[in-house]
Ligand binder design. Sequence first.
Ligand code: PEP
Ligand code: MN
Length: 281
Amino acid sequence: MRGFIYKDLEFSQDNLQLCPGLCAVDNPKNVELTFKALQENQISLARMGAYKPRTMPHSFQGHGKACLPYVFELALQYNIKVICMEVTHEKQLDEINTCLIQHNANLGIIVQIGTRNAQNFELLKALGKQAEFPVLYKRGFGISLAESIAASEYLIAEGKQEVIFCLRGVKSTAQEPHRNLLDFSHISAVKRLTNMPVCIDPSHAVGEMFNNQDNITDIQQAAAMGVIAGANMVLVDFHPNPTEALVDKKQAIPNELLSKFMQDMLLVREAYLQRKKLWSN
Ligand code: PEP
Ligand code: MN
């Protein structure tokens, strides 16, 4: 298998995991409503940003370790098995581990390296050395795919086997009106060049819930494009009430659309599997 099993969940080049959740933890109520929505849709993998790398120093930086106790407690309550959470400094690994131990929690954490740290080699080495958590590596938004893959190999060189490679769009003068230019045509390339499962992040790629005549927003279209091209994981921003979000409110899909979003992704996944069969001989 090109991939790994973590807390009973398979992350490999052969399957698809959905990882919806809050871009940034804001308050316990919204964390609880989000976990509840995931549980109602039989999803046990969630994104929850505690440490936020912000472009502006005065923007909300995330609640950091202060929110971990209630995030972990609520996760256990709603049968969440794994949380995907960015770290911006290696000391945060200890904060996460300490809080997990305090909660006696058999909860999994996938640590995310954000696009802004894609070539932070010391952080990559530190995350490569730690044994506890798998890593989700986000490609650099201003470097080539080859440079991003090379940087992700710092993790592997330090001994980390469980690594997911995430595409999230790149900076380009041609990106407008989107936040980044979609790079999901690189899915096949990453699968060909590495053994890593490939995640897509349509939320940070597109950046806004533009409404269309067909009612399928650009974010949902981007997600579908990734899944029909064989993506193995979809990291996607949801929020119970996007106007309340403290980070990236324009790109959050309302939780009430989660069930439809899932149905949509399964439809497209099925189409990918049929395409694979069609071309298999
Ligand atoms: C995120 O996923 O919360 C994030 C900050 O993404 P990126 O690093 O891709 O900008
Ligand atoms: Mn974000």
